[in-house]
Design a protein around this ligand. Structure first.
Ligand SMILES: *Cc1c(COP(=O)(O)O)cnc(C)c1O
Length: 421
């Protein structure tokens, strides 16, 4: 459920008409709904109650500081995967004790930053990383709270580029080896074991792989406690999927997910952390674009938009589907036509959809890509020297630009010509 609805035939973000934003900001742009972000965050905390828990928003899905402040002010924690994301969370006012640090390649500088400014825990993904963290923390006279991310060897049954819980993936420590690595962690200076972490992938549309992984985490927790470790926190990762098409096969809801967690892990007397990204941000944002040309090709017609793969890479990178809708709704029963929807970038991969049935759109018409809030703006680039796409936040009848489109002067001023050239 989101807050992008037609009112009087015109697509709105909450109470703001999309054409009003387009007139002020120009296209393309992303627009996020505060009410949708809020609601999705609340669904998760309600689903996990009354278990002690923290919902850590996966910043990598949507990392604008204004969005982080909105979620952080409600009490959300943050899951960061780089020093840059750590800085974003802090800039949004989120205290260090609500930030968890994930990722396979944390550098010593990133460890030092988090240990200096405050961290809830590091989710450690390998033995070399564990030893490096011990060295860094001990040299600072600090103690680093850690979980070990275990790889449960579970097939998440999602797109291969976003599956992370199989033994062939680069993530985590094989679960069969976990007790050995926990024993080493307990001996290392500067390290305090606080729990176990798992994250098996993204855009999961079935609870079974989660349940298989969490059951393995449960068994591991009991074994680690028997070994003498204090396991007081379980970080269960993110990955719950969203419906990208309006079909009858909606993925499980946060309530179903929360009920399963309580059933599998509820008696362990642990604090539960989850790291949802897409389910909070995905349907909270749309990408708005306008039609530059309608080009009639041989046997197919192209809708050439002013948004391109550099603004929304998911279709070309993952073959992902996004619903594309006209901002001004046609009259009921108006004709549709199959279009190949493309951007202006000089790559054949710059294709959003093929043969998509759409209203008869014309030059200058606005269209919106639905479910574009997650892994949209954060993956944008300036390929083809197209300015980084701006972001807008709506709350009720307010809207504000939360990241401005850079000017060409700004873009060009980042390059420098060496004096010797
Ligand atoms: C990407 C990622 C997430 C968020 O995944 P979603 O599918 O967006 O919920 C959570 N935790 C880790 C460690 C991740 O890498």
């Amino acid at each position: 459920m989101d807050h992008f609805l037609y009112k009087g035939g015109i697509l709105h973000a909450e109470d703001v008409a999309i054409p009003d934003i387009a007139a002020q900001v120009g296209t393309p742009f992303y627009v996020y709904s505060a009410a949708t972000l809020t609601r999705h965050y609340q669904l998760f905390t309600e689903a996990l109650s009354p278990l002690p828990h923290l919902v850590c928003f996966a910043i990598k899905s949507l990392s604008n500081v204004a969005v982080l402040k909105l979620l952080g002010d409600m009490g959300a924690g943050m899951d960061v995967v780089s020093g840059g994301e750590y800085r974003r969370a802090r800039a949004a006012g989120v205290p260090g004790d609500r930030i968890v640090f994930s990722g396979v390649g944390k550098t010593r500088d990133e460890m030092r930053l988090a240990l200096t400014d405050g961290i809830r825990q590091f989710n450690v993904e390998s033995e070399p990383e564990l030893r490096a963290l011990s060295e860094v923390a001990a040299s600072m006279g600090r103690t680093a709270p850690i979980t070990l991310r275990v790889n449960p060897d579970v097939d998440a049954k999602t797109h291969e580029k976003i599956a992370t819980g199989k033994s062939e993936n680069k993530f985590g420590i094989p679960i069969a080896k976990a007790r050995e690595v926990y024993a080493e962690a307990a001996r290392l200076p500067g390290i305090e074991v606080v729990g176990v972490d798992v994250h098996i992938g993204s855009q999961l549309t079935d609870l079974a792989p989660f349940e298989a992984a969490f059951t393995k985490v449960r068994e591991l927790t009991l074994a680690l406690r028997a070994d003498g470790h204090v396991i007081r926190r379980l970080d269960l990762g993110g990955g719950l999927g969203i419906p990208y098409t309006r079909s009858n096969e909606a993925p499980p809801l946060p309530t179903d997910y929360g009920a399963m967690i309580k059933r599998v892990l509820g008696d362990l007397e642990v604090e539960v952390e989850i790291e949802p990204g897409r389910l909070i941000s995905g349907n909270s944002g749309i990408l708005v674009s306008s039609v530059i040309y309608v080009k009639n090709g041989e046997g197919r017609d192209f809708l050439i938009l002013d948004a391109a793969m550099n603004d929304l890479v998911r279709p070309s990178m993952y073959g992902a589907h996004h619903d594309i809708v006209p901002v001004v709704e046609g009259a009921p029963g108006s004709p549709t036509h199959p279009f190949d929807v493309v951007g202006p970038v000089c790559e054949t991969g710059d294709t959003f959809a093929k043969g998509r049935e759409l209203a008869l759109l014309a030059e200058g018409d606005l269209v919106a890509f639905r479910s574009a809030g997650a892994y949209g703006a954060v993956m944008a680039s300036e390929y083809n020297t197209r300015p980084l796409v701006p972001e807008v936040l709506v709350k009720g009848d307010h809207f504000a630009v939360i990241r401005a489109r850079p000017s060409f002067d700004e873009i060009l001023s980042r390059d420098t010509i060496p004096a010797w050239l």
